[in-house]
Design a protein around this ligand. Structure first.
Ligand code: SF4
Ligand code: SF4
Length: 255
């Protein structure tokens, strides 16, 4: 999280970070999730389950990520100006993919192969450079198989027999949904964070904004975009996003 600004002259309390009424419930949701996920994981491991995720593991950091604007604000307030520039470059690559991908499968595949890894990933250490401000999806994705199965290209390179074996393995691994190797209960535990974001945006702005992580993190730092959001001006906010070249409907949804 960013260092709070110094107190204004004549006051002893620091100013609250901008949009705290929207970000606060999400931050509290992150804290509750961390405690609940740790407790669930202890029980899972006591029953013989294994969570493969750990420090330096990052094969999943090239996946598209959907967030609320509430989460994007938290990231936007934490990143450095240099990181913000790289996030914006990434957002522009996401926009190009959204404009040209023929369908959702192609969008996801191209994101992983061409748009590639999140610019907040430290490629030398394999760690997230904004761990405390990462969005929900980065917190609730856990794997019951090794990172090899999370990496782009693994599924595509499997033959029919290997895919059948993968499906059998997934089906007999506790904690999965029986279809894929990610740990379903750890994903379900994050649902209150999505709900908190939704309620906070609706009550403060009268609208909800969802979309691509890097696009929304860039828009969250744009005062003109945020002024329209705060005013509940959907059309104005969408127009401002389009003016910035960040308004593709695949990456920006307003409800
Ligand atoms: S989800 Fe997969 S790639 Fe991501 S940290 Fe876990 S094991 Fe590693
Ligand atoms: S925010 Fe961090 S954890 Fe999430 S994709 Fe980027 S580098 Fe990975």
């Amino acid at each position: 999280m960013p260092t709070p600004p110094p107190p204004a002259p004549g006051t002893s309390r620091p100013a609250a970070p901008a949009h705290q009424a929207v970000t606060g419930p999400v931050v509290r949701g992150y804290e509750r999730y961390a405690a609940q996920a740790a407790q669930w994981t202890r029980g899972y491991e006591a029953r013989g389950g294994h969570v493969y995720c750990g420090a330096g593991c990052f094969a999943c950091c090239d996946m598209p990520i959907r967030v609320s604007l509430a989460e994007a604000l938290i990231t936007a307030q934490a990143i450095t100006p240099e990181q913000a520039r790289r996030v914006e470059d990434h957002a522009r690559a996401v926009q190009a993919n959204a404009r040209t991908a023929p369908d959702e499968d192609a969008y996801v595949a191209r994101h992983r192969e061409d748009v590639s890894f999140c610019p907040l990933l430290d490629r030398e250490t394999g760690s997230c450079s904004q761990y405390a401000a990462r969005p929900t999806r980065c917190r609730d994705t856990f794997s019951a198989f090794s990172a090899h199965y999370c990496a782009v290209g693994t599924w595509e390179s499997m033959g029919r027999r290997e895919r059948a074996e993968y499906r059998r393995e997934v089906a007999r691994t506790p904690g999965t949904d029986g279809e894929v190797h990610f740990i379903a209960p750890l994903e379900h535990l994050s649902e209150p964070i999505w709900a908190a974001a939704s309620r906070a945006m609706r009550s403060q702005w009268g609208l909800e904004v969802w979309g691509d992580f890097w696009t929304l993190t860039t828009l969250a730092a744009d005062p003109a975009f945020m002024a329209r959001v705060v005013a509940g001006d959907r059309r104005g906010a969408a127009g401002r996003a389009r003016q910035l070249g960040l308004g593709h409907p695949v990456t920006l949804e307003m409800e």
